[in-house]
Design a protein around this ligand. Structure first.
Ligand code: PLP
Length: 289
């Protein structure tokens, strides 16, 4: 079910049962800890040709995020039903962004987690970046590459709703004339984008930064590497420096909705993609026939 022009869908879980709600109406309490403390988790998925992509991988990561935040365990079947209810009837020609959000519930009041979903069209700018790529700024995240592994309260590798720092970094990049960001550790290693995983090609090998730096395990990167291996590529997770990115044949920011966006400049210096982006889009099944 969706409201026309633009199509928007909202839903929630009530006692584990999916329910679609009027997308123009508020569904969260003013006391919700997701709103007042940024205390919750989320996932962002692509709806393409009417189907929800990689639902199982996203639900697995959401379960891991819930566990790391000490939140109640996820009912995978309830969330899968909510995702299906949202996508049901979505126009197949429109790519959609499905967000699943679970917060700790209400401040000071006993009760269950708040469980919401929204579905909206992918922004034209996101589709443009998939096609044409992005210029990036390298910006410090202010942590050493080994800090988040030994400090679990920093929530490395957890997809929490506390993304204000990530959004501020994107605004900084835009103020500097770029479109996106690659976060750096204080000891000079490449970490990740604010909403994406860094992937780089060198020879016939795809690389991404190692997970032990506390970056989020990307579902798109995992899927890309699996498919690339079947197609004869080597893959490796390695400590990565800016020198690696400059020397690479191609570098992408990969994520569920945008897919792979080629990095076309780093801190104002242009770089190419050796014609590899169509291959990566094909591996990710993002080519329209
Ligand atoms: N890293 C961060 C910090 C993200 O927020 C995201 C997605 O939003 C990703 C990586 C890419 O993850 P996925 O490929 O599962 O969308």
């Amino acid at each position: 079910m969706y409201a026309a022009d633009p199509p928007l869908v909202a839903g929630r879980l009530v006692d584990g049962v999916p329910e679609l709600v009027d997308p123009s109406q508020p569904v969260a309490s003013a006391f919700d800890l997701g709103l007042v403390r940024g205390d919750g988790i989320f996932e962002t998925l692509l709806v393409r040709h009417g189907g929800v992509r990689a639902l199982s991988a996203h639900l697995s990561r959401m379960s891991a995020s819930a566990e790391r935040l000490g939140m109640e365990a996820l009912s995978r079947s309830a969330w899968a039903s909510l995702a299906a209810a949202c996508a049901d009837g979505w126009p197949p020609e429109v790519e959609g962004v499905l967000k699943l959000v679970m917060t700790r519930g209400l401040d000071g009041l006993p009760g269950p987690a708040t469980c919401l979903a929204t579905l909206a069209p992918v922004l034209p700018e996101t589709l443009r970046q998939r096609r044409e790529g992005v210029g990036v700024r390298l910006l410090s995240l202010g942590v050493a590459s080994d800090e988040r592994a030994r400090s679990p309260w920093l929530l490395g590798g957890t997809k929490s709703v506390s993304y204000a720092v990530n959004m501020a970094a994107l605004r900084q990049a835009k103020a500097d004339g770029a479109q996106d960001v690659v976060f750096m550790s204080t000891d000079g290693l490449v970490l990740e984008g604010p909403t994406s995983t860094v992937v780089w090609a060198s020879g016939h090998c795809l690389h991404s930064p190692s997970l032990d730096s506390g970056i989020l395990a990307g579902t798109t990167q995992a899927e890309l590497f699996e498919r690339a291996e079947h197609a004869g590529w080597a893959t490796a997770a390695v400590p990565t420096t800016p020198v690696d990115l400059v020397a690479a044949d191609a570098v992408w920011l990969v994520s569920s909705v945008r897919g792979a966006a080629a990095i076309t400049s780093i801190d104002g210096t242009s770089r190419g993609d050796a014609g590899l982006t169509p291959t990566v889009h094909q591996l990710l099944d993002l080519v329209d026939h």
